[in-house]
Write a protein that binds this ligand. Structure first.
Ligand SMILES: Cc1cc2nc3c(=O)[nH]c(=O)nc-3n(C[C@H](O)[C@H](O)[C@H](O)COP(=O)(O)O)c2cc1C
Length: 367
């Protein structure tokens, strides 16, 4: 399978470039009979654009989804679903000099070596945050599919630079509050401090990273596989496909390495006739399989590399040291935009594994 594709049953292929005509998704394997409208997809794309313009790059186009195939009379047909959005706000002249001088921290140098310089450099080409749009279009369908079996997915920001969400919040609070501020943090006071930190970094001609937590509730027990296709491996794989992701944890993650087994084990209990665990340090995954508890993952984003400062680099034509100052429109922090992208990535993986485990039927409902 090509690098542009993921999934065995819910097979997602993404394509397009940042400054090409558009970006698109093809989903093969989505069951027939799923009620699906443009609005179902559009809602998430709109959530990607924070309301506060100081939080993101000046490239703030509204992505309008078109469904090209696979939906008829408001329901999926079982045929491949193709969706696209056209790129509108393109300013490619910002990228001319980057053909020869690579941006430190960006994908320019290894990409030009791999593709012999034929790669599309404009806007970062495929190595652009813009490629999260097709991930989100596929995620929108996956989320709708998962809702049919009661699986709900929600992501929120838990850290920006050194500012952390310290309080443990109820899921209901996260649902209600996270999207009421530009940084997508469910605690308004912490959100204010995070927003201030991003503004400060931008003011200094710098950038910051952060951490997004994602929770999936209602995942049936026993979904996944034990080895190379384990649920955690696939979640990590798709999470790492999001540009700027540098860390991934399930449950306590690295925190589990510094406590004892007696502290880390989640005790079992029977509640309302169901096996549950009294804590959830495992993050809902054991042996590569879901254990029926909420799946909890955290995804770490680096500070975006394109900053308006002189940085040491090389001229690849002359093979000499030089310096580069990145101009153009760039995000001082990618986390606010990336929150719904993490939801989409988790949804794609869970939809694929639920179809593999036959807990979602190939036809939803009756005609
Ligand atoms: C939503 C989103 C927006 C992004 N915007 C920018 C940006 O404005 N400037 C930048 O340098 N990187 C941005 N990135 C990150 C780069 O695309 C990424 O760092 C680059 O492709 C190199 O890949 P890597 O960081 O995963 O190694 C963004 C990433 C995401 C997810």
């Amino acid at each position: 399978m090509s690098d542009s594709s993921f999934g065995k049953e819910f097979c997602v292929t993404i394509f397009g470039e940042s400054h090409g005509p558009g970006v698109a998704t093809l989903i093969d394997g989505c069951p027939a009979g799923l009620k699906l409208s443009i609005e179902d997809i559009q809602v998430d794309l709109d959530r990607r654009l924070p309301t506060d313009p100081t939080m993101t790059s000046a490239r703030r186009e509204r992505d309008e989804v078109q469904i090209i195939s696979g939906v008829f009379e408001g329901f999926t047909t079982g045929a491949p679903i193709a969706m696209l959005t056209w790129n509108k706000e393109v300013r490619s002249q910002d990228y001319d000099k980057l053909k020869v001088v690579a941006r430190p921290g960006h994908a320019d140098f290894p990409t030009s070596v791999k593709y012999g310089g034929f790669n599309d450099i404009r806007g970062g080409g495929r190595a652009s945050g813009r490629m999260t749009v097709p991930i989100m279009m596929a995620g929108g369908v996956a989320k709708k599919l998962l809702l049919q079996i009661g699986v709900e997915i929600l992501a929120h920001t838990v850290q920006i630079h050194t500012i952390k969400l310290e309080r443990k919040l109820l899921l209901q609070t996260v649902k209600q509050v996270a999207y009421t501020n530009s940084v997508r943090c469910a605690d308004p006071e912490t959100a204010e401090r995070m927003i201030e930190r991003i503004r400060q970094a931008r003011g200094e001609g710098d950038s910051v990273g952060g951490i997004v937590e994602c929770i999936a509730e209602g995942v049936p027990t026993g979904i996944g596989d034990p080895f190379f296709d384990s649920l955690d491996a696939d979640l990590a794989k798709v999470a790492f496909s999001i540009p700027a992701v540098k860390g991934f944890e399930v449950g306590l993650g690295f925190g589990a390495s510094v406590i004892k087994g007696s502290e880390n084990n989640d005790p079992y209990a029977v509640r309302d006739g169901k096996v549950v665990t009294l804590t959830n340090n495992s993050g809902g995954i054991l042996g590569g399989l879901s254990n029926g508890m909420p799946i909890v993952v955290r995804v770490g984003f680096k500070p975006p590399s394109s900053i308006p400062r002189d940085q040491q680099s090389v001229n690849l034509e002359e093979m000499k040291d030089t310096s580069v100052r990145v101009t153009g429109r760039h995000d001082p922090c990618v986390v606010p935009k990336a929150v719904p992208v993490v939801e989409a990535a988790v949804a794609i993986v869970l939809a694929d594994h639920c179809l593999r485990a036959h807990v979602i039927p190939r036809v939803i409902g009756k005609k």
